[in-house]
Design a protein around this ligand. Structure first.
Ligand SMILES: Nc1ncnc2c1ncn2[C@@H]1O[C@H](COP(=O)(O)OP(=O)(O)OP(=O)(O)O)[C@@H](O)[C@H]1O
Ligand SMILES: [Mg+2]
Length: 250
């Protein structure tokens, strides 16, 4: 399953997608890990970048020893990507403290030469690191829960995003339980309010994500061939990202 780290396509414009929501715990890191895996399984070389100083993406893919080495091994120059056995490469910028946020942008854009797609896992706030991620990206994907405060928070986030040049790829509902009446109600509300911004698949609530992350693997690897609605949702999102970029000629 491991893929080469080199770019598989001859196109020069690599999509850089920031996964953003200033609300915490809505599934940003889980979304990055699983879309990254689904895209690399479709033959793309994918770099998943951890922009968050919590380093949850790094922790999702690698055991504590590697996380400690990354934390202690920081130098003035940016770290190198780590190769995960799933085939996804992870660049942990979590502990790196460059002198200016333009350095984040420079490093991210440098890797556009080497990968087909770059996904940025952002911190749960509109801090400097998130703004750098937005400025390095051409598009953003917004995961949200179908919860009242999450839905309200999107208004503020969209207002910030609309002041920048970044394109909004879509709003993705995560941890969705179709048996929860409030979820169905809020999903309708999201569609009525944000219309075209809404991505069609929702990501079902599933315990598989917690189990997989404790084993330093994606839920795709953890689940094997067992059917899982949440993973099917992530497959669909990966597919729509590819279709979107093919339509853009990238
Ligand atoms: N579809 C899902 N079903 C059930 N649990 C999920 C799902 N998606 C994510 N989780 C769990 O929810 C928790 C938060 O997810 P995650 O870390 O991806 O959110 P986040 O937005 O990156 O958080 P933070 O804002 O702290 O960076 C994790 O324990 C994760 O395993
Ligand atoms: Mg996170």
């Amino acid at each position: 399953m491991a893929k080469s780290r080199s770019k598989t396509s001859s196109h020069t414009t690599t999509p850089i997608i920031a996964i953003v929501n200033n609300k915490g715990g809505v599934g940003k890191t889980t979304t990055v890990a699983h879309i990254a895996y689904a895209l690399q399984r479709r033959g793309k070389s994918v770099l998943a970048v951890d922009m968050d100083s919590q380093a949850n993406l790094l922790m999702h893919f690698f055991p504590k020893k590697i996380v400690r080495e990354e934390r202690e091994g920081q130098t003035a120059s940016a770290p190198n990507p780590l190769h995960h056995k799933s085939g996804v490469d992870v660049l942990a910028l979590s502990f790196w403290q460059p002198s200016t946020s333009a350095d984040f942008i420079r490093v991210i854009q440098h890797y556009a030469e080497e990968y087909d797609i770059i996904l940025l896992d952002c911190p749960p706030s509109l801090e400097e690191r998130t703004i750098a991620a937005l400025d390095a990206s051409e598009s953003v994907l917004i995961p949200t829960e179908a919860e009242h405060f999450s839905v309200e928070g999107i208004k503020t986030l969209l207002a910030v995003l609309e002041t920048r040049t970044v394109k909004i790829l879509g709003i993705l509902v995560t941890k969705f339980n179709k048996k929860t009446v409030a979820h169905t109600h809020l999903l309708n509300h999201l569609h009525n309010t944000y219309g075209d911004y809404m991505m069609q698949p929702v990501i079902a609530k599933s315990d598989t994500f917690v189990s997989a992350s404790t084993q330093s693997m994606t839920a795709f690897e953890w689940n094997g061939t067992r059917k899982n609605a949440a993973l099917e949702g992530y497959e669909e999102v990966a597919e729509s990202i590819l279709e979107y970029h093919i339509a853009q000629g990238k």
